[in-house]
Each structure stands twice: as C-alpha cells, then as structure tokens.
Design a protein around this ligand. Structure first.
Ligand code: 3PG
Length: 214
C-alpha cells in the first residue's frame, strides 16, 4: 500500500457507513452513553456529538470509554483548538458547519477524518482544492435542499455531500437518491421528549427506521 499523498482524499469512507448520521446534542452527561447504545442497537453505529453544550467533551469521553463499538465524531468544530480537545477526548472524526482557511489547514494535523461544511459552489471548490472530496452540506434545507445538490452534481462531480440541517424522515430519501450524496445527518433520532424521559427504545426505533433509508 502506498503512503497517502497530500492530494489524497482524506478518509473517503465517512459518508458510506450509514445512510443517516445521528447528530446529537447532549445537555445531560448521563444521557450520552444510553443514547449511543440506543443508536447502535438500532443499527446506526455512528454518532456526531456536537460541541454545543458544556458537557459535550465529557460526553465524548464517556462514549469513547463505554461504547467503543460506535464510530464517534465531534461536531460543531469551529476552531483548531476545539478539534484538538475533541480528539484528545476520544473523537474519531470531526465535523464543522463551515470551512475556513484556518480550519482546512489545521485539520490534517489532527490525524482523524474531517468533514468540512459548505453551502455554496465556491465553498465546495475551496474544500476540494484543500483535498477534501467529502463535505457536509449545511444548512441543507434552507440552502437549496436536494434540488440545489442535484444542480451542482454535474459541474462538481468530485464533491460528495452529507446534507444536514432540516433533514427529516420525510425528505431524507430525496437526498439519498442523489449521486453526490453519501449520507444525510440529523437530530431527529434523539427527540428531546424521548431523551428527557429516558425512552431509549424510541431512539432505537428511530435509528432502525433511519438505518433502512436509502
Ligand atoms: C447539524 O449540526 O447538522 C444540525 O444542527 C442538524 O440540524 P437538524 O436539527 O435540522 O437535524
């Protein structure tokens, strides 16, 4: 096997693991491990845990320790320092809502796959130029949705997307049918009422439904 070159697309398999990446916002640290276990039980052994709450890094540590079978990502990465903290906590991939030159140049040093966020053709071109063929499309629904991604698939054949933001079970399949979409992401798998009441069976059921989408 040859060593990866600087132009190698980093970690091209991130989008092909599951049809739906659960985007999870954890407010209560005690919920982190049960959520991860419920997602795995439903057939979605991937989680993007967002760095949007004070307990997020501890939640990543807990899942890394107790649910090693899940592919554990950290989302809402907006600075290189956050990326380092997330990887130190146990994150195995990183996701950003955008893609600044600072982030794009710093992410290679983290040693883990990175999914930069884009919402325009110019942003996607900049990400491609940086060597990343796989990217998040965010916020998907308000940025043009599946029609937008379909329209750019011909001029940007190298770009592959994980749309997130406004994706639901009702519209996920319209994205997943596109040739430039590998998976979608969303928070609908962990509704607040299910999480707050410890209804992990419902999370598992939502994950199972999502795992069957395509
Ligand atoms: C993300 O970070 O991907 C979004 O917050 C997910 O948005 P959603 O709540 O509309 O799924």
């Amino acid at each position: 096997m040859s060593a990866p070159s600087e132009t190698t697309v980093p970690h091209a398999s991130l989008l092909d693991r599951v049809p739906v990446v659960p985007v999870v916002i954890v407010d209560d640290l005690a919920h982190a491990v049960p959520i991860a276990r419920a997602l795995v039980a439903g057939g979605l052994p991937v989680i993007e845990l967002t760095l949007r709450t004070p307990v997020a890094l501890d939640a990543i540590r807990a899942i890394a320790d107790e649910v090693p079978e899940i592919l554990l990502g950290a989302g809402t990465i907006t600075t290189p320092a956050q990326a380092e903290e997330a990887v130190a906590a146990g994150a195995q991939f990183l996701v950003s809502p955008g893609a600044t030159p600072t982030l794009l140049s710093a992410m290679g040093a983290t040693g883990v796959p990175f999914l930069p966020g884009t919402a325009t053709v110019s942003e996607a071109l900049a990400v491609l130029e940086a060597g990343y063929a796989e990217m998040k499309f965010f916020p998907a629904e308000v940025s043009g949705g599946a029609a937008y991604l379909k329209a750019i698939s011909s001029p940007l054949p190298a770009a592959r997307f994980c749309p997130t933001g406004g994706i639901t079970p009702a519209n996920a399949s319209s994205y997943l049918a596109l040739p430039n979409v590998g998976c979608v992401g969303g928070t609908w798998l962990t509704p607040a009422d299910a999480v707050d009441t410890g209804d992990w069976g419902r999370v598992t059921a939502l994950a199972a439904q999502a795992a069957g989408l395509r």
